[in-house]
Design a protein around this ligand. Structure first.
Ligand code: ZN
Ligand code: ZN
Length: 338
């Protein structure tokens, strides 16, 4: 399967994986109800019955029907747990791309998106993500779990049907490592969590997009993409896998409202949504967890790719004003309906 290679000098990882892409030519959507046999068997399928959620799972000869969320191992995984021996040293550093790749299908309806999903269904999806997260951290060789959504043709989405990717790694990804390292340094020097400080500075300010009871959405001071925004718990929190059902409902509301507002404002929207969570192994450094959303409205230039400096043609203050109005409208509609 794949190799995880490192840059000659920098903390930059590349998975080199040259396997055949299966299923891509098929007209049938493998994530739609009725096509369950096109995917691996689900380890968890939520079925709503009599106002309760049943937790079921597929077996070799039986596929759960009537599910609202379903999770299974990807048929085109970026990482694998099959034994490989691809270790080598710098400058040509390589190790096996070891891990698990799960797909969480967030709705039985193909045409649904994360911006149209109802709040309860968003909550069901987050419950399944939490369940997988807890299980994955009990597995050996799992040091970190990335959770992300690709939506739209510019975002790397292969299948349109709304789904979440969960990929585990045996090392902490460079971006998380850098965030955790910087957080730790600031915490040590100043005795305060930098994200708590950020939230203090941004809450109610010109870059705030939306607030719910426990969460705030804001355009960051130095966004790498137009209309980029982050969603963070207002209170210091480092462990996502332990948040309560009440917090999940609140998070679902702000996710649905902000993505709804964003997609109303930008037509034919593509975006990536990523969870920045703490590694949940003992002794690892912690971050105040949050979610980052990068709308992909234009492609990068040589400045971004070649130098890591972002040229942004809209200001986060202006973006937050526009997004805020659109998202407040969504929130009002959602709360009104409920
Ligand atoms: Zn589908
Ligand atoms: Zn904090």
């Amino acid at each position: 399967m794949g190799d995880m290679r490192k840059d000659y000098l920098l903390e930059r990882s590349v998975i080199v994986s040259t396997k055949d892409r299966k299923n891509t030519s098929s007209k049938k959507c493998p994530f739609c109800p009725g096509n369950e046999s096109m995917t691996n068997p689900s380890m968890l399928a939520l079925v709503a019955k009599d106002g309760m959620l049943q937790r079921l799972q597929d077996s070799d000869d039986f596929f759960v029907k009537g599910w609202c969320v379903r999770v299974f191992e990807s048929k085109n995984p970026a990482v694998s747990i099959s034994p490989e021996n691809s270790y080598s040293d710098l400058p040509l550093y390589s190790e096996p791309a070891y891990g698990y790749h799960y797909i969480v299908v967030a709705s039985s309806k193909h045409a649904e998106t994360f911006a149209t999903l109802d709040v309860e269904q968003w909550g069901n999806t987050l419950v399944v993500i939490q369940d997988r997260l807890r299980w994955l951290y009990t597995q050996k060789g799992v040091t970190y779990i990335s959770i992300f959504i690709n939506h739209g043709k510019n975002a790397g989405a292969v299948i349109d049907h709304p789904h979440v990717n969960m990929i585990s790694f045996s090392n902490i990804p460079p971006v998380i490592e850098a965030e955790a390292e910087a957080s730790y340094r600031i915490l040590n020097e100043k005795g305060v969590c930098p994200m708590c400080q950020t939230i203090n500075a941004e809450m109610g300010g010109p870059r705030q997009v939306l607030q719910t009871e426990g969460f705030v959405a804001f355009c960051p001071w130095a966004p790498s993409h137009p209309f980029e925004f982050w969603i963070s718990p207002k209170k210091h929190a480092t462990v996502f896998s332990k948040i309560s059902q009440k917090e999940i409902n609140d998070l679902s509301l702000i996710l649905r409202s902000t993505l709804g507002g964003l997609s109303k404002h930008i037509k034919d929207l593509s975006y990536n949504l990523v969870f920045h969570l703490s590694p949940e192994k003992k002794n690892s450094r912690q971050i105040h967890w949050h979610i980052e959303i990068y709308p992909l409205t234009n492609s990068w230039s040589g400045l971004e790719r070649g130098y890591g400096i972002f040229l942004n043609d809209s200001s986060p203050e202006k973006d937050a004003e526009i997004l805020g109005a659109a998202c407040r409208k969504e929130l009002a509609n959602l709360v009104g309906i409920e």
